[in-house]
Design a protein around this ligand. Structure first.
Ligand code: PAF
Length: 276
């Protein structure tokens, strides 16, 4: 496994690498959710590449960039064991050298939900993913469904700027109690972790109501709201039931819908979703 810090060195490794090449872009602190993407990239490509870069431009000024969990040694050991060939682990200066001044705006799809609650977040995501796809030039790039809106943003970006990767979206990986895996779960105390289960429970409630024939989106949102607010530790940012293709909020569920939510449990902000 080659661990590469510079863009120039990655270009050389790219030229020598067998194709097709699959990339898993990550911010490190790898858990089983990331590893499911890595295993899939390993199975489907001649070269498996992973990027590890905690991208400062997708964190707001009051967010957790400085304290975001990092563990490069453990990450590299996991990737080595999974048979990864190339790891791109650049410094912030390598990705954003002095004078850097170009940003990618994906437009409408990035404005709602996370975009509304985390100003500038998707400019940062789109800019860094655009750079990663341009540096690494993967045939396939793997993303997790847990970040559903991010997947839509990346698909839009890839298509609009002709970046040429196949974007592969992989299912959310959950702990046995249903909590979606996230690097931020390490912030949760024991009590908060119990409270965090309400995200998945409310999504299952939405699925259940819908499968019983309920198509009134405000009613389902209300029931989810009631379930989550039974916990005093939970503070809801949003609950959305939206058209899964364009994220327009729905009144009646008459097409594939993304049910998504963001909830603060103590100081930790968690997101989760299902498609119904
Ligand atoms: O999902 C993530 O970990 C990040 O948003 C990504 C796609 C690696 C871009 O920094």
């Amino acid at each position: 496994m080659q661990v590469i810090e510079s863009v120039a060195a990655f270009r050389q490794a790219y030229d020598a690498a067998a194709k097709p090449l699959g990339l898993v872009p990550t911010m490190g602190f790898l858990h089983e959710g990331h590893m499911a993407l890595v295993h899939r990239a390993r199975e489907e490509n001649a070269t498996a590449a992973v990027s590890i870069f905690v991208n400062p431009t997708q964190f707001g000024p009051s967010e957790d960039f400085a304290t975001y969990p990092r563990d490069m040694d453990s990450d590299l050991a996991k990737l080595e064991e999974a048979g990864v060939d190339l790891v791109l682990a650049p410094t912030v200066d390598e990705v954003y050298p002095a004078g850097f001044d170009t940003h990618v705006d994906v437009g409408r799809i990035g404005e709602r939900l996370e975009g509304e609650h985390r100003a500038g977040h998707f400019h940062g995501v789109a800019t860094v993913v655009c750079k990663l796809l341009t540096i690494v030039r993967p045939n396939r790039a793997y993303f997790g469904q847990k970040d559903a809106q991010q997947c839509l943003v990346v698909q839009r970006l890839n298509e609009d700027l002709n970046l040429g990767a196949e974007i592969v979206v992989c299912p959310t990986v959950r702990d046995s109690d249903g909590l979606a895996l996230s690097s931020r779960n390490v912030y949760l105390s024991a009590d908060e972790r119990v409270a965090a289960l309400s995200l998945n429970r409310s999504l299952r409630l939405a699925q259940e109501l819908h499968s019983q024939g309920e198509s009134d989106a405000p009613h389902i949102r209300q029931r989810m709201h009631e379930l989550i607010t039974t916990s005093p530790l939970a503070d809801i940012d949003y609950i959305s039931i939206a058209d899964a293709n364009n994220l327009n909020e729905l009144d009646t569920i008459d097409r594939p819908a993304l049910v998504s939510l963001a909830v603060r449990i103590g100081k930790t902000r968690l997101i989760d979703n299902v498609i119904i």
